[in-house]
Write a protein that binds this ligand. Structure first.
Ligand code: SF4
Length: 250
């Protein structure tokens, strides 16, 4: 996945587009002003990484210099109830200059244990799909809508998605990707602000914050129904063709 010749220029344009969206979302919206966030009662958890005290439970939604610095700053977050139940904070993994960012809904049990998104069986299948088009997991960035595991692998609640969304936006501001890939229905619906079913979201190029957005099956769904695998491979093939050609038409 080598950058095209116009990569610096294209990157600068994407950056400007995203900055405008980001400022609107983060700095003009009252809900994003940290001081106005309602206090969230802290619950005790014996297994969670909250024992690493001294971390800010309400880190401000402000810009950061790098993904690493951002992760260190926000890893004690307790802005929503998910924070009190986590074992490990799952920030994201990959290159800060990735052209493609994969976004799932939230960490599952294995991710919560290891502190990394898309590991375990579903993660292995996502890696396989990424590799099927000649890319490597290390070349992309992988994150989730929420950074702490929803109990029992339930879907993240709207309030949890809202509380964590500024962190995702900040990650995207730092990465400035060319493409976003919503992994599964929940991530697709949440990013696009729709309740449309997955079959209506797949196969079309959407826009999120001025960035191309493609929606694919969640690997956990593919593990439950292997008949969907040919469509999943096709989705990745089309994604690869669009990324490599610079054309946002499947
Ligand atoms: S899910 Fe996001 S907002 Fe909620 S506690 Fe975790 S990092 Fe904070």
């Amino acid at each position: 996945m080598d950058p095209p010749d116009d990569f610096p220029l294209a990157r600068a344009i994407r950056y400007l587009e995203f900055i405008s969206y980001y400022e609107k979302e983060l700095f003009l919206s009252p809900q994003t002003e940290g001081s106005k966030m309602p206090p969230i009662p802290l619950a005790k958890s014996s297994t969670s990484d909250l024992s690493t005290s001294g971390l800010d439970p309400y880190p401000p939604y402000t810009p950061h210099f790098s993904l690493q610095e951002m992760s260190e700053t926000i890893k004690g977050c307790l802005r929503c109830d998910l924070g009190t139940g986590r074992t490990k904070f799952v920030f994201g993994v990959g290159r800060q200059d990735a052209r493609v960012v994969f976004i799932g809904e939230g960490p599952g049990a294995e991710e919560d244990k290891r502190g990394e998104p898309f590991v375990g069986r579903a993660g292995a299948l996502l890696n396989k799909l990424i590799e099927s088009v000649g890319w490597q997991r290390e070349q992309v960035y992988i994150a989730n809508m929420v950074k702490c595991r929803p109990p029992g692998n339930r879907d993240p609640l709207p309030a949890e998605l809202e509380a964590c969304r500024p962190y995702l936006l900040e990650q995207l501001r730092l990465i400035q990707p060319q493409w976003l890939v919503a992994v599964g229905r929940i991530a697709g619906q949440s990013l696009l602000g729709t309740t449309a079913p997955l079959k209506q979201l797949r196969g079309r190029v959407h826009q999120f914050a001025g960035i191309n957005l493609w929606v694919v099956y969640h690997p956990a769904a593919l593990l439950r129904n292997e008949n969907l695998m040919p469509e999943a491979y096709q989705d990745f093939k089309l994604l690869n063709q669009m990324v490599e050609s610079g054309k946002a038409t499947p």
